[in-house]
Design a protein around this ligand. Structure first.
Ligand code: SAH
Length: 367
């Protein structure tokens, strides 16, 4: 007979952890010490938790584990971007990507295996299997990345993982409960300690959960807009048929905590001849009127069999200039990790838009 499976302590809220320990007759303050070892020190071997009594450590080891997802593959791009393919206990896989930049490092985290949204330009939408990730599997991505980058104990500043974006596989607002639980653990000041101001949740527009996300988590919001008419958005972002642009933007206007200092990011993937005309740039500006916003222009990341092409540099520049002239920052997201096909390389980059000469140079270097 095999050993009974031990319960993973990762992903439990503080209260749940205390309740779990109470079943062993352990006092609540011990839960706080254990929390510190798990999320501040990053220790997963109970025997190393030297501030805990020996018999308590033995008791923990008998009943529990502190487990990360398994790493089924790790790849390092020549631009420093790192991609992990993670394998969960049931054999399902998802991606997690680290994008280092000069002044920050962003970890792009997945919320589901696969995705049900079927946005026409997104490769994840072609995967058949879909399930929600558990809170442990979401928090575990951050812990695994910290392991790999040698970032324990949680550093106070100068971190390689300074920002988190929920922009990997899946629709985070379709898995709200697990995502919220994970985000609260990630934000916890006595643990992983990444401020809500440095966490961005990206949604294709599941309107009923947007308000709650802002009120309960207070994280930055990114909206995958990608089109300025319902007619087109119905086709390329099909969730629009249920929650059309006007409803989505009304939810944005009402997003708790919104101000000029805390703007909503609108993501706009540039698809040649589909959504990239100057008229559409002007329509976008009209739509966003009154919303503290910035616009991320994302060069379409093509995949084999994709029904679109990326807009020309010229078209992206013209589009960006129109949005910019209307007073919205409109950085063009620099493609990263292309050589390792980071599907989740949807980095939220506020990087300054490259001048044409710089872009030409970058293109040359990429060849
Ligand atoms: N479901 C969420 C989060 C995951 S997608 C959402 O829709 O926001 C993260 C971002 O990557 C979205 O803006 C999505 O539209 C964009 N994206 C997906 N596939 C892409 C591709 N092939 N090229 C460029 N951006 C893409």
């Amino acid at each position: 007979m095999s050993d009974p499976v031990k319960k993973n302590l990762v992903g439990l809220s503080r209260d749940e952890l205390a309740a779990e320990l109470a079943t062993l007759g352990v006092a609540p303050f011990r839960a706080r010490q254990l929390w510190h070892w798990i999320y501040h020190r990053g220790v997963s071997d109970f025997t190393l938790m030297t501030t805990l009594a020996k018999d308590f450590r033995a008791q923990l080891a008998e009943h529990y584990v502190i487990a990360r997802p398994l790493e089924s593959r790790a790849q390092l791009s020549n631009d420093g971007t790192r991609k992990w393919l993670l394998k969960f206990a049931d054999g399902q896989e998802a991606e997690c990507v680290h994008i280092p930049e000069e002044d920050r490092g962003t970890l792009c985290v997945s919320s589901q295996v696969g995705c049900t949204l079927t946005c026409k330009f997104c490769h994840t939408g072609t995967q058949r299997l879909v399930r929600n990730l558990e809170s442990a599997e979401i928090v575990g991505q951050v812990m695994l990345a910290r392991d790999a980058l040698g970032e324990w104990p949680s550093p106070p500043d100068d971190r390689q993982i300074s920002n988190i974006v929920l922009m990997g596989m899946g629709e985070p607002l379709y898995n709200y409960d697990n995502v919220a639980k994970a985000v609260k653990i990630i934000m916890d000041g006595e643990g992983l300690s990444i401020s809500k101001r440095r966490i961005t949740l990206s949604t294709a527009g599941f309107v009923p959960m947007i308000e709650r996300c802002g009120a309960e988590l207070g994280v930055n919001l990114a909206i995958s807009l990608h089109a300025v008419t319902d007619e087109l958005r119905d086709v390329i972002v099909p969730i629009n048929k249920k929650y059309p642009i006007a409803e989505l933007l009304a939810a944005c206007r009402a997003y708790p905590g919104l101000s000029n200092a805390r703007r909503i990011t609108f993501e706009y993937v540039m698809l040649k001849g589909v959504n990239d005309s100057p008229a559409e740039a002007r329509a976008l500006v009209k739509l966003l009127e009154g919303i503290p916003a910035k616009v991320n222009l994302i060069p379409f990341n093509a995949w084999p069999g994709a029904p679109f092409e990326c807009s020309s540099d010229e078209a992206i520049t013209v589009f960006g200039d129109i949005v910019n002239a209307a007073g919205y920052a409109s950085p063009i997201r620099t493609p990263r990790g292309r050589d390792i096909l980071a599907a989740c390389g949807q980095l939220k980059s506020d990087s300054i838009r490259l001048k044409k000469s710089e872009r030409d140079r970058a293109a040359l270097l990429a060849e």
